[in-house]
Design a protein around this ligand. Structure first.
Ligand SMILES: NC(=O)c1ccc[n+]([C@@H]2O[C@H](COP(=O)([O-])OP(=O)(O)OC[C@H]3O[C@@H](n4cnc5c(N)ncnc54)[C@H](O)[C@@H]3O)[C@@H](O)[C@H]2O)c1
Length: 300
């Protein structure tokens, strides 16, 4: 039988702080396929995430289909806005939420992975993180600082991660990130430069696929996922209405669930996806193919 077998592989999933987002669903799918999961969590969200786990609040969602439980081999603090500790402003490094975290930068995480698991600790890297402090503002009202933060955290972070994690990957390594249709079509309400960040992420996926493919033999893909009411997406404000609109107007009308995106991610990162790199894969019930709302006219 053709199946996805990731036994013996280790995946780093960057961007999990609860069980409601795409990162958690992808970690679960990769574990279902047999992979071992390590997590990178944003320092300000780390202790809440650990408490949720310790208090059993995620026990139900951690159940795998074969009776096992999703385990995280290790949870590392990761602030993907920073490449090295020297680049972190003093006030951040010494602040209450960061002071005891050690080296929470991308380079720091790479060093810790090597210290914990040896020179080639990884097979899969999932980039499932984004932040746009001015996401509720139209682009027309977005400040330079807000725009640059959105692009830094949500797009450059992938570049930084490929730079530092690709050399640590065993043969046939794969990266996958999450993008959104607002990169190429106007989605009112997805502001603050987040649409620009996603456009950069998709373009960088192509260039990184070429450069890191040639240099390190890894694959780099991104999934353009439909709207999901995750913690991050709730910051946009109208996420439930966006999901409902997509469900009403997509070719396939059952609401998209995170598991569908997670299964596509597991496939892309598995040997079954070995011929695919540099791609933006739509997992949105086909909504991206539509040109007009079905309210306007339908022959069906
Ligand atoms: N939810 C949607 O509708 C939707 C649609 C398409 C794409 N996406 C993308 O999916 C990815 C995951 O988002 P989600 O919606 O599942 O929400 P989520 O809240 O599960 O994930 C976002 C994560 O990013 C983390 N994060 C924020 N800033 C960070 C930083 N500087 N360093 C490290 N981590 C940081 C947050 O702590 C959070 O854990 C994002 O790239 C998002 O843009 C989401």
């Amino acid at each position: 039988m053709l199946n996805i077998d990731l036994t013996g592989r280790r995946a780093l999933v960057a961007g999990i702080a609860d069980d409601g987002g795409y990162g958690f669903a992808i970690a679960k799918a990769l574990a279902e396929a047999g992979a071992t999961i390590v997590v990178g969590t944003w320092p300000p969200a780390l202790s809440i995430f650990q408490k949720l786990l310790e208090r059993g609040k995620m026990d139900e969602s951690r159940q795998l289909s074969d009776g096992r439980t999703l385990e995280f081999e290790k949870i590392y603090p990761l602030d993907a806005a920073y490449d090295t500790l020297e680049a972190v402003p003093e006030e951040v490094r010494t602040s209450r939420r960061y002071a005891d975290m050690g080296d929470f930068t991308i380079a720091g995480l790479a060093q810790q992975l090597v210290a914990d698991y040896g020179e080639q600790p990884l097979d899969i890297v999932v980039h499932s993180l984004a932040n746009g402090p001015e996401v509720k503002k139209p682009l027309l009202e977005t400040s330079r600082a807000g725009y640059l933060t959105a692009v830094s955290v949500s797009a450059y972070s992938l570049v930084g991660m490929v730079q530092r994690f690709a050399p640590l990957m065993r043969p046939n390594g794969a990266f996958v990130s999450l993008t959104y249709l607002a990169s190429e079509r106007v989605v009112p309400g997805y502001g603050g430069g987040m649409s620009s960040a996603k456009a950069a992420l998709e373009s960088d996926t192509r260039t990184l696929a070429y450069e890191a493919g040639r240099r390190y033999g890894v694959r780099v893909n991104t999934i353009s996922a439909g709207p999901l009411a995750s913690r991050a997406a709730k910051a946009i404000g109208s996420i439930e209405r966006m999901a409902e609109y997509v469900a009403n107007n997509a070719p396939v009308t059952e609401p998209l669930i995170a598991t569908e995106v997670a299964h596509a991610a597991a496939f892309l990162c598995s040997p079954l996806g070995s011929g695919i790199t540099g791609t933006t894969l739509y997992v949105d019930k086909g909504y991206h193919a539509m040109g007009m709302s079905t309210e306007v006219g339908s022959l069906l």
